[in-house]
Ligand binder design. Structure first.
Ligand SMILES: CC(C)(COP(=O)(O)OP(=O)(O)OC[C@H]1O[C@@H](n2cnc3c(N)ncnc32)[C@H](O)[C@@H]1OP(=O)(O)O)[C@@H](O)C(=O)NCCC(=O)NCCS
Length: 151
């Protein structure tokens, strides 16, 4: 890391950034889904292995869990049930492998928190995160566990 340099991102850095993000994305990734309307991507969700800290909060071993990651829906497609459909696909795939879904959501993610609570997810703990939000707060991370589902 002798050549490590931090600098403002330039347009010509974008392709290297996409490659780096792809490598991060694939580390620990189990499966991912996209919501498509024709060729247009409206949303995405992935499931990953579960970190020990999150597993502890759920009371279940990490090996019995998968974590929801990178759930998003494009602004114009929101409130049409796209995220609910993506979560249903992730839950069904996890249940087929005998896994239960868990996740962490930052306190500012009010829409996401409403979605999880409305979908029957159980709040299992809250702890400060080790990062700062864009509005300058120390992150506050809420942990949730999905309802048990039959495979
Ligand atoms: C959170 C997010 C994925 C929800 O996507 P969505 O497709 O709009 O969600 P759905 O249409 O499936 O919503 C299902 C239910 O969740 C709740 N909900 C979703 N968005 C809500 C909002 N903005 N305010 C209040 N409740 C909301 C509602 O109960 C909704 O049902 P209803 O529309 O019948 O009232 C989307 O807002 C998003 O991409 N946000 C930014 C990224 C993000 O926060 N990702 C999650 C990180 S943990």
């Amino acid at each position: 890391m002798a050549d490590l340099k931090i600098q403002p991102r330039r347009d010509e850095d974008m392709s290297a950034c996409v490659n780096a993000l792809s490598a991060v994305h694939h580390a620990g990734l189990l499966e991912a889904w996209v919501a498509l309307d024709g060729r247009e991507a409206l949303g995405h969700v992935a499931i990953t292995r579960t970190a020990p800290g999150l597993a502890r909060g759920t009371g279940l071993p990490a090996g019995q869990l998968a974590s929801v990651a990178r759930l998003f829906v494009t602004p114009s497609a929101r409130r049409y049930g796209v995220a609910q459909a993506l979560l249903a696909a992730a839950e069904a795939a996890a249940a087929a492998c005998g896994l239960r879904l868990a996740l962490e959501v930052e306190d500012g993610g009010k829409a996401a928190i409403s979605l999880y609570e409305r979908s029957g997810w159980r709040h299992v703990g809250t702890a400060p995160g080790d990062w700062t939000t864009v509005d300058g707060r120390t992150a506050l991370m809420h942990a949730y566990l999905a309802p048990a589902r039959n495979p």
